[in-house]
Design a protein. Sequence first.
Length: 178
Amino acid sequence: MTSPLRITVAKRTPAAAAQLAELGQRLFHETYAAQNRPEDMAAYEAATFGPDQQLAELQDPDTVFLLAQMVQEVVGYAKLKVRSTLGLDPAKTAEDRLEVERLYVAEDWIGTGLGATLMRRAIEEARQHKCRAVVLGVWEQNERARQFYQRFGFRAIGEQPFTLGYDVQTDLILRKGL
């Protein structure tokens, strides 16, 4: 029997950018609105998820967006960045690292294995690009996400500031060797 879940790579088009703008803003809001001030959320979402910003990200040759689709509805996505410098000493090369910049699943699909499917596909992308490690940043207060990444073998290697509107938060930098 065939699974109704499909993971596809987003096309690098204005239509895909518009879809990602709406999806990214909605899923980010679902994930973080309850723990953050509305004005900080609004400022971050406006700066990060506009269609022009999404189109620029889509057109970056080192960026890949994976879309998780159930039947005809996109219910999650991951944004991947090849050659990431996250957590690296500036003097070192980033050619062998893939960063999971975003991995979001719609609230109704959390706990179904959809996030794990996206992560496995991200790791597969890293291997296809001959990367030796996968890295990501996760909000220090997002315990559910931290436990999820830990199950995949990610370990903390540092931290960095993350600015949400006017609120400077701390993201943990996690790494998984391949």
